[in-house]
Design a protein around this ligand. Structure first.
Ligand code: NAP
Length: 496
């Protein structure tokens, strides 16, 4: 077979594209073909990037925010012009089907325009002083150099959630994307350059987490780490940042549930479950991996889900007919297989799926059959741990209250959903479900960029990506007092 031309990607440091001595292949998970080579950088590359960012940030912070925002408007326009090309590349490196890849690029476009708008807001507060002839206000100021570490499952959307607010707020960035999906990072950085971002404000350093990521976390001149990824790595990063008193924002795993009550529109619920569970092959942080179903409607819901799964074509996401793409790599397949064994050993019943797909061309890539376990208990490992594949556990319950308790009995707290037609249950659920995101009569995925995104409990550490709340990660609050009385006025003392 003819070998594809491969592209060697480069780091972007201080406005220059630099190839690295060592590279790793980038593999299309749908076909097993090499599609690019990604630099494996060293600590020295991180050092250069941080020095460049530190220098550039001082000048960038002095550019009026509405002018900084102009770069993001141009970025949004360029992303929009190149949406189809970028979506195809995204499908090739990540595997998600083209329709979802287009949606992900759209998310970055939306974020660019939204954060560009913040360039004319970045609101602070004015407030009366307790003293005469004195003015008091609080303003947002940039933090400095931001270290951004991103995962492979949303290679352009998550990067936009983090880098656009950081840039508009006047920071400079050192970005390490996941080694599995470097092409979106390369393309986005090229677009930022074309949009006129001054050199040194965005620095892209490819390489492994254990070398490049670790060097960023330890670097004393990076003031903030914004990380999205797995819990194990996030916790280690937080511990190190804690030692250094470095600000850290963590967005990590989920074990998201759809609750289906006995009064639910079951057809709608089944559609919501299929979309949330098998979109991106279950490799979303917000993927539905548990269905908490009222026992009265369990059999009917199972039948509807089985009927819908039959129509889910699995294959290469570049084919518009395909609804479920590949798993990112062989380790991902092995992890899913281990959880299938665990589920069977725990006594859950496999309703459908449970195996790798290896017929015909599928054996060249990494494919797993959409899977449902039923008769699962909320305490089983398959209902507690993140599997990150197309595997759903159906957990029968007897009441609304039990459904809420089962939803809340996991270590994660990212997203949840309830299908019901009872307005009282809707309002109780949005109060009692303990996740950062709650959906009513929709699946567990579908966040919009102008709302805060993130989770409670083991999913994060209280920060949020996207929405104006993202600005809290990338800015400090400064309180400013201006005394125009011409005399010493002491707060709390000279108040008469
Ligand atoms: P991961 O293995 O934790 O990797 C995430 C990033 O961290 C990658 O860039 C990785 O680099 C880097 N990294 C690895 N070791 C590191 C270290 N010692 N120091 C610093 N950085 C290090 O996660 P993933 O497999 O890419 O992503 C899947 C996970 O992300 C799932 O748990 C998912 O739920 C979570 N996620 C959460 C959200 C959210 O918003 N809550 C969104 C999407 C995904 P390399 O891989 O290049 O080595």
């Amino acid at each position: 077979m003819k070998q594809m031309d491969t592209k060697t990607l480069a780091n972007y440091i201080n406005g220059e594209w630099m190839e690295a001595e060592h590279t790793a292949p980038v593999i299309n998970p749908a076909t097993g073909e090499e599609i690019a080579k990604v630099p494996l950088s060293s600590e020295q590359h991180v050092e250069k990037a941080v020095q460049a960012a530190k220098k550039a940030q001082k000048e960038w912070a002095l550019v009026p925010a509405p002018q900084r925002a102009e770069v993001l408007y141009r970025t949004g326009t360029l992303l929009r012009e190149q949406k189809e090309r970028l979506a195809r590349l995204l499908t090739m490196e990540n595997g998600k089907v083209l329709e979802e890849a287009r949606g992900e690029v759209q998310e970055a476009i939306d974020m660019a325009f939204y954060m560009a708008g913040e360039g004319r807001r970045l609101f602070g507060q004015t407030t009366p002083s307790e003293l005469k002839d004195k003015f008091a206000m609080s303003v947002r100021v940039p933090v400095g150099v931001i270290g951004i570490i991103t995962p492979w499952n949303f290679p352009i959307a998550i990067a936009s959630w983090k880098s656009f607010p950081a840039i508009v707020a006047g920071n400079a960035v050192v970005w390490k994307p996941a080694t599995e999906t470097p092409m979106m990072a390369y393309e986005l950085t090229k677009i930022l350059e074309e949009a006129g971002l001054p050199k040194g404000v965005m620095n892209l350093v490819f390489g492994s987490g254990s070398t490049v990521g670790d060097a960023m976390v330890h670097h004393p001149n990076i003031q903030v780490i914004s990380f999205t990824g797995s819990n194990e790595i996030g916790r280690n990063i937080a511990a190190e940042c804690g030692r250094q008193l470095k600000k850290v924002s963590l967005e990590m795993g989920g074990k998201n549930a759809v609750i289906v009550m006995d009064d639910a529109d079951l057809e709608l619920a089944a559609d919501g479950i299929i979309w949330s569970a098998y979109g991106t092959s279950g490799q979303r942080c917000t993927a539905c991996s548990r269905v908490i179903v009222h026992e009265k409607v369990k059999a009917e819901l199972e039948a509807r889900l089985l009927a819908k799964i039959k129509h889910l074509t699995v294959g290469n996401g570049l084919n518009e007919e395909v609804k479920v793409g590949p798993i990112i790599n062989k380790q991902g397949i092995e992890k899913i297989k281990r959880y299938i064994e665990i589920g069977v050993e725990e006594g859950a019943r496999l309703l459908t799926g449970g195996y790798e797909l290896i017929e015909g061309d599928l054996k060249k890539g990494n494919y797993f059959a959409p899977t449902i376990f039923t008769d699962v208990k909320g305490t089983m490992r398959i209902a507690q741990e993140e599997i990150f594949g197309p595997v759903v556990s159906l957990i029968p319950v007897k009441s609304f209250q039990e459904a809420i308790e089962v939803n809340n009995c996991v270590e994660f707290g990212l997203s949840s959903s309830i299908f019901t037609q009872d307005v009282n249950k809707v309002f109780r659920a949005q109060r009692d479900l303990d996740t950062g995101i709650v959906y009513v009569n929709a699946g567990t995925t579908g966040a919009e960029i102008h709302l805060p995104f993130g989770g409670t409990k083991g999913t994060g550490n209280g920060h949020r990506d996207s929405g104006i709340q993202a600005l809290d990660v990338f800015t400090e609050w400064r309180a400013v007092y201006v005394d125009y009385s011409g005399k010493l006025q002491r707060a709390q003392i000279d108040v008469e």
